[in-house]
Design a protein around this ligand. Sequence first.
Ligand SMILES: [Mg+2]
Length: 264
Amino acid sequence: MPHSSLASTADRSHRDRTTPVVCLDADNTLWDTDGVFAAAQLRLLANVITATGIDMAKEDRLAYVREIDQELASRHHLGLRYPARLLIAALCHRLLGDEPDVAARKTWKDPSTIPLAKEVAEEIEKQYLSDLSVAPKLLPGVRTGLERLHDADAILVLVTEGGRDRVETLLQANKIDRYIDRVIDAPKRKELFVRLRRLFGSNVPVYMIGDQITRDIQPAAEAGLRTIHVEGKFRPIWEVGASAPTTHEASTFEDAANAVLARA
Ligand SMILES: [Mg+2]
């Protein structure tokens, strides 16, 4: 992140210094990334069941995949971005009767010991990656909320760890790119938010709107931003029981935008 790119966002505005700066999370705050994952994970499970011939129909299928997914993610240095073939392997172990933690551990030891031909596993992985490449849809209230903030002259800064190109493509696909003043692709640590606050000046209210307590709310709150938590459907294992000094709890993005405009 070049320093000049941030500075130009601050300079570019010839606006009232008290109009807010609003930092936004993207995935599961603006658009339904969780919905794309859910559809892909359900198809992956269905394909593994077909390929192995082992079914357990009475289970909540999404919860069944996600239990394994979280076990793998919490053990892998890439977190939720671990390779998909590990999920296929661990699901095989699970279908064969292992508990989720045992299935994940076995997969770690040797991902190749599964009752699937290599080509079949590769085909399932290919389908999964293709399902994950579908563009997620905007969440309810996002378009209205962004419009309202934009009309109020707020500077909107999208803060993501999901890759600038991907996020810019999705902003365009959902036709909301014109509302966003700047995209910042950087780890959401306290230091980043401290820098953003310093950049816009101490008189300017700076907000952070996001769905994850540990990634969005906590570091922003520690840096002194006003934080608005929008409850998402997706709660990873590391979020359960997490809490932070949230300035405002919102049920939708529109609700969050209204809270900013009401100076929550
Ligand atoms: Mg998010």
